[in-house]
Design a protein around this ligand. Structure first.
Ligand SMILES: Nc1ncnc2c1ncn2[C@@H]1O[C@H](COP(=O)(O)OP(=O)(O)OP(=O)(O)O)[C@@H](O)[C@H]1O
Length: 247
């Protein structure tokens, strides 16, 4: 049987009488690339924050890497990586300083940080730039570096909140090569996106509408079920009835 690294049962988050996340249930397998889609305001970030141990649910159950989202949030944080457009690298530190800093924060042993940082810089092809400020890097490179930093401590799961916003499809594709490599090494990928080309790259995707999971399957199965040529069409059919629109 496949190992489940995220188990979520009727997970709910209520703000006053508003259900931001409404009884969502799903499992994510080890090494899977699990896409989390939904229009603005659908509840993706709220659900992801709970799974990262940053916010308590109102009701329902969930475990992440085997740890309970109510009681074991510190253990969850030690076993995951996290990257979002908002929380990322320090622009006024160099590439190498960022890697070393976050390696320390994520608990990589001090004796290993130097060598592993040098290896990472080499692997990224950034040896010549290693002492430059991150602020000077093009956005696509910042995203690749941020992802590398988020998995530097070899977490069980990495959560990516719209990791490739604002870059072109070729740069996005390169970013996804890194995702595939991480998944092949056994790291589970949980990713939110608004880009339908990225949805196609996922093993399975969830589409959230107004706080609920409206569909969960592989891109191929979803296209077949909705008799659609592409994920854009699937998404449109499911999300067009959404009451929330967000920004
Ligand atoms: N702390 C809060 N208090 C009240 N309402 C909130 C709070 N956080 C989120 N919400 C509401 O919950 C709903 C879901 O928000 P969430 O950020 O999870 O959506 P999302 O799917 O991530 O959207 P986006 O794609 O815009 O990031 C929104 O209507 C939002 O206004």
């Amino acid at each position: 049987m496949e190992e489940k690294v995220i188990v979520c049962r009727e997970l709910t988050k209520r703000f006053g009488d508003f259900y931001a996340v409404n009884k969502i249930s799903f499992d994510v397998n080890k090494g899977e690339i699990f896409g989390f889609l939904g229009a603005n305001g659908a509840g993706k970030t709220t659900a992801m924050r709970i799974l990262c141990g940053l916010s308590h649910p109102t009701s329902g159950e969930a475990t992440v890497a085997g740890f309970n989202v109510y009681k074991q949030t510190e253990a969850i944080k030690k076993n995951i990586g996290y990257m979002s457009q908002k929380f990322s690298l320090y622009e006024n530190l160099t590439i190498l300083e960022n890697i070393e800093f976050f390696g320390g924060v994520y608990g990589v042993p001090a004796a290993e940080i130097k060598e592993r940082s040098d290896n990472l810089v080499r692997k990224l092809g950034l040896t010549a730039e290693a002492k430059k400020l991150v602020g000077a890097l093009p956005l696509g490179w910042k995203q690749k570096l941020a992802f590398s930093v988020a998995i530097f401590h070899q977490p069980r799961i990495v959560f990516l909140d719209e990791p490739t916003g604002g870059v072109d499809p070729v740069t996005r594709r390169q970013f996804w090569d890194m995702i595939y490599e991480a998944a092949a090494s056994g790291i589970t990928i949980f990713v939110t996106t608004h880009y339908m080309d990225e949805a196609e790259y996922c093993n399975r995707i969830t589409i959230m509408v107004d706080g609920k999971v409206e569909a969960l399957d592989s891109p191929a199965n979803l296209k077949a079920r909705f008799d659609a040529d592409n994920m854009d069409e699937v998404f449109y059919r499911l999300a067009r009835g959404a009451k929330r629109s967000g920004d």
